[in-house]
Design a protein around this ligand. Structure first.
Ligand code: ADP
Ligand code: MG
Length: 682
């Protein structure tokens, strides 16, 4: 027997080279492999006769080889193998390109099971490159439901199928965490059955049951974890703030707050005066003015003699916050300091000394602010901006820390309320659903490839006017499977053939954190005209000079994510544009993208997204602050999530100490889920 924690290199056929490919998918151990779930299935169970084959609909059929396969060498790099097969209903010619080995495999007079589709381009039957196996061989690629896995360049589906089968044969699947009564009530498969069935289901129906179990399981664990965190924090004590007169703060503002900003501030102030630690999430679209809520909270904390810390996910964002808040708060007597990783050792030490000595009231920085070496003399409030880098794992760690500061988390990802209650079960939620008056919405268009020349001309025009552009691609590297624009290659094409005279920059998730920041900072300083990027630019950096965003293959993204990306432009005073390109002609897909062209209200877009695509996207998005769920590639529906949450709440209520075997397994799984490395950003 092997263990789930054993490396995949103990499997046959996985050496260091193959292991590297698997590593690209974050698969290192047998456990990772067993939890690498298919993104879909191909139903190859149906066996038909040749005369019942339908054009372009692949199916299995049994047939005999009627002649010796003929290989013709057409030219260098092109060999064609042709062979006739037949059953009692019809004959069929099979054609294989550059598969000379099929000539040896297919033997005259023998029967095989084939899986393929006849093509409609020819008169009579013709089929190109079907897969096949001998009638007496065990069903691997025919006569079964074949799982289709998320892949990476150089790794075939077949090799994942083989590796997973080996892993399942070698070790037990992850321990059962779902109590028997819960499984019975909701009709959920046991862990043993489900892990086997998700990789090798006997039928499509069984595949569905297995997927449902995985989604249910992961969200049961997640909800249980949030409930435990909430319970742990609710019994803690926090500084009970006195009512602070905010009039000087309001007077210092160069504008009047919106109604939504005011009510969010009121909710925060109420929390601060309660005597238990605040745990609040403020959600509001990009530009809705969340920073002012943070500023008001900090003002209140400082006037109560406490220190506040504001954390941003990147250095540039931290610097931007420091700059703007300083103008507002320093005149009100609040002493501020900036602390980021790129400051010199001496500067950092100096700032840390001032923070420790209580000479700083509001410290702004990256999450270095919460590192061991930063000691506050009386930290009362922690504010985090763009909460995805301050996800569940960090919240869990913060609650585990000795002193229990108030916590304010700000997010620019609008989440429908029904879903927010579930995703942020440990937090109270304030919503800012209103933009300050006078904003120019980003004008958005949906176009197809025939507009390419016009898109390029428009990029040139914006750059000619001294502005900058983003071009967002759905992938980093070329993927053999899907014909998507890859950032790497597209940046090269743009630089070499389209805009040789412009400065093209590149940003993607396979770059190191510091490289990404440097690239973004350089772009913000205007050192490039066009930035080609993957979705890593979702992170809220301000480049007010960027007035155009082109999103390639926009149908690959969820609406909310597109909206989020679009928020990177339109931050300056110039009119801004967003161009969505898509080759997808599916009417529903087009309707979805059109919805984005029609509105800039993030909450409405999020509701629409939830309705059209289900909740999965919200959990997968980098902005959500969620842990790296294993099931985000599986389709999930609201009902399963609600059931899982309900079941876990009831279970936790009745468990108390959680010392039963399932309770122990559950606690361990919560730890794993919450602290699981937050994955590579793509
Ligand atoms: P976000 O919610 O994206 O963090 P910010 O707090 O950065 O938004 O605010 C975006 C811009 O709007 C800033 O320049 C800010 O000064 C300005 N702003 C914030 N609130 C108001 C308001 N009530 N009226 C006018 N401008 C505002
Ligand atoms: Mg902000």
């Amino acid at each position: 027997m092997a263990k789930l924690s054993d490396p995949i290199t103990i499997l046959k056929g996985i050496g260091p080279t193959k292991a590297k490919k698997f590593a690209n998918l974050n698969i290192f151990t047998l456990g990772d492999l067993i939890c690498h779930f298919p993104r879909g299935y191909e139903d190859r169970t149906k066996l038909v006769t040749i005369d019942k084959l339908e054009t372009d609909k692949p199916a299995c059929f049994k047939a005999m080889v009627m002649n010796a396969p003929r290989v013709s060498h057409i030219r260098k790099g092109l060999d064609i193998t042709k062979v006739q097969v037949a059953d009692h209903t019809a004959r069929l010619t099979l054609t294989f390109f550059n598969q000379k080995f099929t000539a040896e495999q297919l033997q005259y007079g023998k029967e095989y099971i084939f899986y393929g589709a006849v093509s409609g381009d020819f008169i009579g039957y013709n089929m190109t490159s079907p897969v096949f196996e001998p009638l007496d061989a065990p069903p691997v690629v025919t006569r079964r439901v074949l799982p289709v896995y998320p892949l990476t360049a150089g790794l075939s589906n077949a090799s994942v199928v083989k590796a997973v089968a080996q892993a399942l044969a070698l070790c037990d699947p992850p321990a059962e965490v779902l109590p028997e009564p819960v499984r019975r009530q909701y009709g959920i498969l046991s862990a043993d059955r489900a892990y086997a069935a998700i990789h090798a289901p006997a039928s499509m129906a069984e595949a569905e049951l297995a997927k449902k179990r995985m989604v249910f399981e992961e969200f049961f664990v997640f909800s249980a974890g949030l409930s435990l965190m909430r319970a742990a924090r609710s019994v803690k004590k926090a500084e009970c703030y006195e009512d602070v007169d905010l009039t000087p703060f309001y007077h210092a503002l160069p504008f009047t707050l919106t109604r939504a900003q005011k009510s969010a501030i009121d909710e925060v102030l109420t929390d601060l005066q309660r005597g238990t630690p605040m745990n609040r999430l403020v959600q509001g679209d990009v530009g809705s003015g969340k920073t002012m809520v943070a500023a008001a909270a900090a003002y209140c904390a400082v006037k109560n003699g406490q220190q506040a810390a504001l954390m941003a996910p990147t250095e540039i964002l931290a610097e931007q916050h420091f700059g703007s808040l300083r103008k507002l708060l320093e005149p009100l007597g609040i002493r501020m300091a900036l602390l980021t990783g790129s400051m010199s050792v001496r500067e950092k030490r100096e700032v840390r000394e001032r923070i420790a000595g209580g000479e700083v009231d509001l410290a702004v920085g990256t999450h270095a602010l919460l590192s061991e070496s930063t000691v506050f003399s009386r930290l009362g409030l922690v504010i985090t901006d763009e909460q995805h880098r301050f996800g569940v794992a960090q919240r869990a760690r913060l609650s585990a820390k000795g002193n229990d500061p108030h916590l304010l988390v700000m997010s620019a990802t609008p989440i429908p309320r029904t879903l927010a209650l579930f995703m942020y079960g440990d937090l109270e939620v304030s919503i800012i659903n209103e933009l300050p008056p006078g904003r120019q919405p980003v004008e958005t268009f949906l176009v197809n490839e025939s507009y390419r020349a016009r898109i390029n001309a428009f990029i040139r025009k914006q750059v000619g006017e001294g502005h900058q552009c983003f071009v967002v691609c759905p992938a980093v590297e070329e993927n053999t499977d899907l014909d998507l624009k890859a950032a790497n290659a597209w940046a090269q094409t743009l630089q070499q053939t389209v805009f040789p005279d412009l400065r093209i920059a590149l940003l993607h998730g396979q770059m190191k954190g510091s490289e990404k920041e440097a690239a973004m900072a350089s772009f913000a300083r205007g050192e490039a005209d066009v930035m080609v990027a993957t979705t890593v630019i979702e992170v809220g950096v301000d480049v007010p000079n960027a007035t155009l965003m082109v999103i390639e293959d926009a149908d690959r993204f969820g609406l909310s994510q597109l909206h989020q990306l679009r928020g990177r432009v339109g931050r300056g005073s110039s009119k801004s544009y967003c161009i969505l390109t898509s080759q997808n002609r599916n009417p529903e897909t087009r309707a979805r993208l059109k919805a984005l062209c029609a509105t800039t209200d993030g909450f409405r877009i999020a509701e629409e997204d939830l309705k059209l695509r289900g909740p999965g996207d919200f959990f997968g998005s980098r902005q959500s602050g969620m842990p790296a769920f294993r099931v985000v590639n599986l389709s999930m529906d609201m009902q399963t999530l609600k059931d899982a949450q309900e079941a876990s709440a009831r279970w936790i209520d009745t468990q108390g100490t959680m010392n039963t075997p399932e309770g122990v397994a559950l606690r361990q799984r919560i730890g794993e889920l919450f602290l699981r490395a937050e994955g590579t950003m793509n």
